[in-house]
Design a protein. Structure first.
Length: 280
């Protein structure tokens, strides 16, 4: 159990923690359109908490490969009606955005974390510092529109570790309550890049941050196993979550919260004797 204070609220996180994905978009790759109605989204958020999620990650703009950006106003209009109805003192609320104006609106409404898939926008880091919010720094190559157009690395693990190392001093100086890094599965990576990153998650461990993995339902599972429908990728998603557990990952971002929590609880219990990281 780890204690933090985010945006004026105190919380305890039990690791490994599951971050439930709540897409408030009509075009996300897996469940686009399912939760555009704020009441449906609110019910889904509370259901994921009942299923064992400790964090709800709200997103108002799809970042699937090939997606187009939306305006700040549209993104805020999708997020705030849900965020404002969720309690800000019972579980962690994360805002998945690349836009400072959206992040600020969410933080003012009670969000506790910024999940930045753009690779460390300085304005987002400034906001996290001002509000004393947690921060998720994800690596990406390119933008959602073009990131899967022949991504290339000489050594994907070494280069992405170097990307985070370049930002380490700035992150440490900001004295944020907690930082997590995310290698960005599916964000400017081929199937082999994704697999190499997941096999080598331990290479990203550092005292400056915790690890977060977002591999749920992504197309790497289709590329590996043949599952074109995202809803048919539960098995691969669970396998990657369990793999990440063995590497000391603190947060697993998931669509299928109940199943992921159950798998992690069982694996965690079976591995306690050899994995003291999670004993508390």
């Amino acid at each position: 159990m780890s204690a933090y204070q985010f945006n004026g609220q105190s919380f305890e996180l039990r690791y490994p923690a599951v971050m439930g994905i709540l897409n408030l978009t009509p075009d996300s790759f897996s469940d686009g359109g399912a939760f555009v109605d704020p009441e449906d989204a609110l019910r889904r958020a509370l259901a994921m908490i009942d299923e064992g999620a400790q964090i709800i990650d709200l997103g108002g703009e799809s970042t699937r490969p090939g997606s187009d950006p939306v305006s700040e106003q549209e993104e805020i209009a999708r997020i705030l009606p849900v965020l404002e109805k969720l309690p800000d003192d019972q579980f962690l609320l994360s805002i998945d955005t690349t836009k400072p104006a959206v992040a600020q609106a969410a933080l003012q409404a009670g969000a506790h974390l910024i999940n930045d898939v753009s690779g460390g926008n300085p304005e987002l880091l400034d906001l996290a510092q001002r509000y004393q919010a947690g921060f998720v720094l994800m690596h990406t190559q390119g933008s959602p529109k073009n990131m899967q157009d022949k991504p290339a690395y000489d050594n994907v693990v070494r280069e992405i570790r170097a990307f985070f190392d370049e930002k380490r001093d700035d992150l440490m100086e900001r004295k944020l309550p907690r930082i997590w890094i995310d290698p960005g599965i599916g964000f400017g990576k081929s199937l082999e890049h994704n697999l190499e990153l997941m096999r080598n998650l331990s290479s990203f461990k550092d005292e400056a941050w915790g690890l977060l993995l977002g591999s749920s339902r992504k197309s790497w599972i289709d590329g590996l196993c043949g599952a074109p429908n995202p809803s048919d990728r539960l098995g691969g998603s669970i396998a990657s979550a369990l793999c990440s557990l063995s590497h000391g990952t603190e947060i697993i971002r998931a669509h299928d919260v109940r199943e992921t929590v159950q798998a992690l609880e069982v694996a965690n219990e079976l591995a306690l004797s050899s994995n003291p990281r999670y004993k508390d």
